[in-house]
Design a protein around this ligand. Sequence first.
Ligand code: A3P
Length: 285
Amino acid sequence: MPLPGLLVSCYSTPAAAISAQKHKPHDIILASLPKTGTTWLKALLFTIVNRDRFPIDQSPLLTTNPHELVLHLESYVDADLVNPGPGNLPQPEVFSTHLPLHVLPSSMIDSTSKIIYTSRNPLDQFISQREFSLKNRLHPDVEPVPIDQAFDMFCKGVHPFGPFWDHILGYWKASLENPDRVLFLQYEDMKRDAVSHVRKIAKFLGLPFSEEEEKKGLIGEISDLCSFEKLKNLEINKNGHVHHGYFANSSFFRKGEIGDWRNHLSPAMAERMKEVMDAKLSGSG
Ligand code: A3P
């Protein structure tokens, strides 16, 4: 089991349970593999969608971790969160999922929901997930899998949500086939230019910024509010916990950098990943 089964034990609710949760056709789904920028996108989506309700300086993000504002489809059945709960938020609601596209219930696939997918360099994703798991050890008495063994499994596609390449390709192809319904984002692009992504996301959701909002600099304000530095340094994210106390809020805000894998993985490991990616993703565009 890579990374002591942490994710399996937390997110194992079958898709059938999701479809039973009365997903509404106009909801917004944030799909991602863990550690690809989910927390960031949750903050951005919540703020963009609710911008008429909450002025930036009164944003719930200032006192609430993003994971409590945008619920996770696989786990909200038994969620005991501060969130008012599905059904009590203004429409459209935003949910997140780590499930691959082909596992989503047809009620969701066939609906008019917008899906936003975030992807990330798998090397950084792997390190981010490993560091997260080491910080939030559910079984501290069990020795963590050595990094080279965990990496070997990751490269072979052993992962709670399936091989990363299948996950990425599923949403990537859907975004090409249905660009109005599926927006495919990359963490690295967002890091380089968050502001233009805020604008792009709002437009994709059918909630474009008005001229007045543009003029008063709302896009920059949203991107600053949701920035790594801002969120990381909020009291709630320094000290709180989410998911029934399993995860320290601070562990969702580690470094927020591109290329941290270089501090952990050897050039040979990077070369191996390149081969995996060439084999699995080449020709996909
Ligand atoms: P690192 O571990 O590389 O720092 P997820 O939210 O999907 O669990 O992903 C977590 C990763 O996103 C972590 O990466 C975390 O630091 C980074 N992250 C969290 N909030 C961010 C933000 N507002 N901007 C950029 N990166 C962020």
